[in-house]
Design a protein around this ligand. Sequence first.
Ligand code: GH3
Ligand code: MG
Ligand code: MG
Ligand code: MG
Length: 313
Amino acid sequence: DLLFFFEDAVEKEDESTKEDFSEDLPLVLIVDDDIEFGSFLKDKLENNGYQALLALSGKKGIDLFYDMSPRLILLDYLLPDVDGMEVLKQILKKSMREFIPVIMLSAYGSEDRRNRALELGAMDFIDKPLIGEGLLPLINNRMRFQHRIISSIMNDELTGVYNRRFLMQEIKRSVSRLERKSIAPFSIVLCDLDYFKKVNDTYGHSIGDKVLRAFATSFKDVARSEDIISRYGGEEFVLLLPNTSASDALKVTNRWRDVLESRPVTTESGDITIRFSAGVREVREVTHHEEILKEADFALYAAKAQGRNKSLI
Ligand code: GH3
Ligand code: MG
Ligand code: MG
Ligand code: MG
């Protein structure tokens, strides 16, 4: 029993270092074996609107990079185990795909090292003695740049909500969280507007677009901050609701229906009440993302068949 208790406590501590980050503050990963310098950077970042994690070895740095998905990496050139160049090589594939800037730091920056790091794909190479006050503006700049790229790639142009690419990434991430920890299930909800073709045919395509925008943005009135809405395609949207059972997901869609009923879209040719059908799939164990969406689609199909304007599990 005692052993069990301790294992539990260790697990809890592990959980807190891995999950207790508020989503609003961007996370910076510092990989540096110099604990004094690393802590100095960590404090500086935390005093300036960031969250920071310090890895004291290359191996730990690589682990944290994969586990924590930082938004920017400060990477020391000389590390005791795997050297900075090797760490850079290992993380570059993913960091370049996800547009995560890597800033290399070196105490002995030679021209040759700088060139090799930049050639490989580091975004910047800075000499440690020169860091002083200049580092923070550089980090802010790289973060803004990264944010602009990510939002242009991850958002749907018409409605401004997340797109399918972002959704897929988040579903995979949510599933892998289930794999790592025993946490509450999440729900995926596939929504499809009812008789939307009629809206286009009756009012025209640009009013149709306006209805899509109104539908997408109205979700925020029933969503919690961690809920995600994405445009899956045409007039289909997918919700990802963390820590949500299927029956709670049904309640969310029904509250959303009430909001939409009370607030029709006004046009010169009359008011349009938006109605939709939805299929809910609760995910409590590791499941392939295509399987999840396929099952939500079955439920959606049933909701359409039963007369529309409803949600089914
Ligand atoms: P159901 O209730 O069975 O879903 O009927 P529906 O008319 O909504 O279904 P259907 O899938 O047949 O029609 C979807 C329509 O959505 C057809 C397409 O023209 C329209 N659509 C898809 N993307 C857009 C878009 O970006 N803008 C506009 N205005 N219409 C779109
Ligand atoms: Mg070092
Ligand atoms: Mg459709
Ligand atoms: Mg439809």
